[in-house]
Design a protein around this ligand. Sequence first.
Ligand code: GMT
Length: 383
Amino acid sequence: MNIGITVYPTYGGSGIVGSELGRELANRGHNVHFIASALPTRLTELDERVHFHEVEMMSYPLFEHQPYDLALATKMATVARSEKLDLLHVHYAIPHSISAILARESIKQKRYVPVITTLHGTDITLVGADRSYLPITRYGLQQSDGVTSVSKFLKQATIETFDFDEIEVIPNFICPKHYRRNADLPLRAELAPNGEKLLVHVSNFRSVKRPVDCVEILAKVREKDANAKLVMVGDGPERSACRYRAEKLNVKNETVFVGKQANISDYLGIADVFLLPSELESFGLAALEAQACEVPVIATRIGGIPEVVTDGETGFLSDVGDTQKMSEDALKFLKDEEMRLAFGKKARSLAVSRYSSEQIIPQYLRFYEKILSLSEKKQMQNA
Ligand code: GMT
């Protein structure tokens, strides 16, 4: 197949999933055309099957705000025709599904290119649910040829907010070869030179991730185990609030901010416990990546997290903001190595058996085939 994929290239889980999906599809012999404003961060290499088409923006004094959605639609239509795309698969509804529908409609006399929209989370739960975007998001869902969501929770949230239920749940995935335990890396010696225990958090430091709670958890853990350290991977708006809290709680020297990293799997591969105290999470990709690296997860019992983290088996779940319980749960792992290892093994085995790319990519391919055959039938009826 010739597949067009659009993602937000630099920020957030939806871009990661879309990019990894493209790479996996190319590995299986498909031609993948990324259409985005910049090269997606996880897409470091292009080859004969992975192409990148940059959305060009014309700057014009009349445009106070550049109409990116229209430039994207134009690029999608151009690429769809020149590369004979079979379908356009967009990640994150706003504005990608609207641009794709516009592209499809603008060229449909020559070639009908079905649009598949994958919902990731805040496109439904925050942005899409806001009154200013709700009607256009609903239109995007209704007009897409196929819609998928990354969790059962997100499907249900979409039904409730948009009264739209034609959604196939296809969960996020990991490559088990890439995400694996690697505790002997020199990185471990660098971050824990005196055998410290490492609590690791990975996110884009938006307030919805509650990264400050990680610092609270560390401070509470250190009251009982002075050997614990916190490694904060990523960057974003809450980073300075985290630093400030670390200073206030006297754990500044034990909280290491390593910023954005390309090699997330290295940090997860050496972690002892992973922290994800989010306020909202439709899936929690970082928790899945951690589990694939045999790292037990301390997270909140919200959104799609309970679909990914099995409370009492692969980690422990708490109410949002309950840093006391989260710190007690983290301590259980730090104190009992046998238990930590057992949870880690179970976490890896569930991650691989339910969410490996070997399981999930065929689900996308079957969905593509279903949508292509349905839209072919529709075209024949309309002809
Ligand atoms: O929260 C983010 O990091 C950004 C956001 C996105 O769409 O880029 O992430 C969402 O999609 C991820 C991949 O499907 C999910 O793992 C995250 O749970 C989800 N974030 C939220 O629901 C807050």
